[in-house]
Ligand binder design. Sequence first.
Ligand SMILES: *[C@@H]1O[C@H](CO)[C@@H](O)[C@H](O)[C@H]1NC(C)=O
Ligand SMILES: *[C@@H]1O[C@H](CO)[C@@H](O)[C@H](O)[C@H]1NC(C)=O
Ligand SMILES: *[C@@H]1O[C@H](CO)[C@@H](O)[C@H](O)[C@H]1NC(C)=O
Ligand SMILES: *[C@@H]1O[C@H](CO)[C@@H](O)[C@H](O)[C@H]1NC(C)=O
Ligand SMILES: *[C@@H]1O[C@H](CO)[C@@H](O)[C@H](O)[C@H]1NC(C)=O
Length: 445
Amino acid sequence: MSIHFFFFFSVLFLLNINSVYSQQTGSDLDPEQECTGKWIHIRKLPSRFNLDLLLNCSDYPLYEDFCPYLANHGLGHKTHNRSHSWYRTDPYMLELIFHRRILEYPCLTSNPIQANAIYLPYYAAIDAFRYFYGADYNSSAQHGLHLYNFLQQDNSYIWNRNFGHDHFLVMARPAWDFSQPLGNDPPLWGTSFLQVPEFYNVTALTLEARPWPWQEQAIPYPTSFHPPSIALLENWIERVRRGHRTTFMLFAGGGGLGSSPNIRRSIRDECENTTIISNRFIGSSFTDVCRIVDCSNGVCEHDPYRYMRPMLHASFCLQPPGDTPTRRSTFDAILAGCIPVFFEESSAQTQFGWHLPEDQYEEFSVFIPKEEVVSKGLQIIDVLLGIPKAQVRRMREKVIELMPRVVYRRHGGSMEWRGVKDAFDLAVEGTIDRIKSRVATRNSS
Ligand SMILES: *[C@@H]1O[C@H](CO)[C@@H](O)[C@H](O)[C@H]1NC(C)=O
Ligand SMILES: *[C@@H]1O[C@H](CO)[C@@H](O)[C@H](O)[C@H]1NC(C)=O
Ligand SMILES: *[C@@H]1O[C@H](CO)[C@@H](O)[C@H](O)[C@H]1NC(C)=O
Ligand SMILES: *[C@@H]1O[C@H](CO)[C@@H](O)[C@H](O)[C@H]1NC(C)=O
Ligand SMILES: *[C@@H]1O[C@H](CO)[C@@H](O)[C@H](O)[C@H]1NC(C)=O
């Protein structure tokens, strides 16, 4: 167990809510006014719901040892010692990242009655490992029920005030992983957390939502970039703007190697055949028409240099669906100023509405229905070459404008960031609005 783990422990306990809160009230802002309608209470949970789960980080040989990713409150280790902003971040650690950040939220209250929303610091996806890969494999319908029982037994008035409609938590995986129908034990895959009536009223922040409206909302996958200051964010943005884009289109990922037709396969075929069409690029600044960064077998996952460098030099980044429609790579691309190309609406447009406004997709991304490519032979490159250069420039500017919204900045230094909303800030804002309307609907019905 690394020293980071103990550091994590001590900081959570030393940096208790009250001290963060009093720091904030020491500012020139009037918290009563600024926080009206935005108060959050962090529910006190026994450590078996969060920190204890981290002790078992090496217990799942079918997955992998995820102990290294716990460092720096879930950001992972720095990519190298002198890096300020880049980490080997595992997106499934978002529960830790979120927990650490919420301790700096300026409108925390220790009084649940005053709160507009109640945060449950339960590491749901990490707890799910024992159902996915461990001894509880055949009890997937039990996931979360121990939490529900606790909430019923301990200060139950907090739950009962709004029957859980004002409660929220983070579940750092696609909702699909928690949507196993009840009674399917042993399950095909996943747990039933989002299927049990006990949690219907709770808002779950997931990395991907199901296609029909339900209790979850998707928020961005964490990337590896966590700038500790606005200056470092701005430096990066400058670098992205200056980058020479010598690759026309890029796909960073795996898959598509089998013989069955699918969008990844089509992308590979088209990419491998680009020598045939490269005469269309004579006289342009592109030296590479299409590039594939091979990320098979998870080799890219904790090594951002493998794909960030190529993405910084690419104009368009292809975002085909894989096992599920969304990909972390979409957010890596935005970070690199590489215009995302989607093949399904559920890859982003119908998912991340709090962070990437649904009605602005045409301004920063390209949409090519996958059926057109896979079964009708439409060439991706033809669509992308048809976009006028001036429009491509405007799209890139829009990507850059949206970038801060999908970054999870490093914890610490919150005062400096006032006014700049990152992915965490927007997730909290969206949650509070959503809970407000849920509670209002409940009270009026
Ligand atoms: C950690 O693993 C041990 C051994 O499998 C188990 O007894 C314990 O309950 C686990 N702890 C948590 C918090 O899941
Ligand atoms: C980086 O830091 C780690 C521990 O903090 C240390 O063990 C390692 O030697 C350092 N590497 C370099 C190249 O300085
Ligand atoms: C789950 O149940 C199946 C039979 O239904 C059994 O073969 C398997 O060993 C069980 N797994 C665990 C982890 O208990
Ligand atoms: C969810 O809310 C409804 C009312 O909106 C209530 O009847 C139900 O009991 C609540 N569920 C739980 C588990 O509290
Ligand atoms: C790529 O080229 C090969 C041979 O040159 C051809 O068989 C194949 O159909 C081409 N694929 C596409 C998608 O054009």
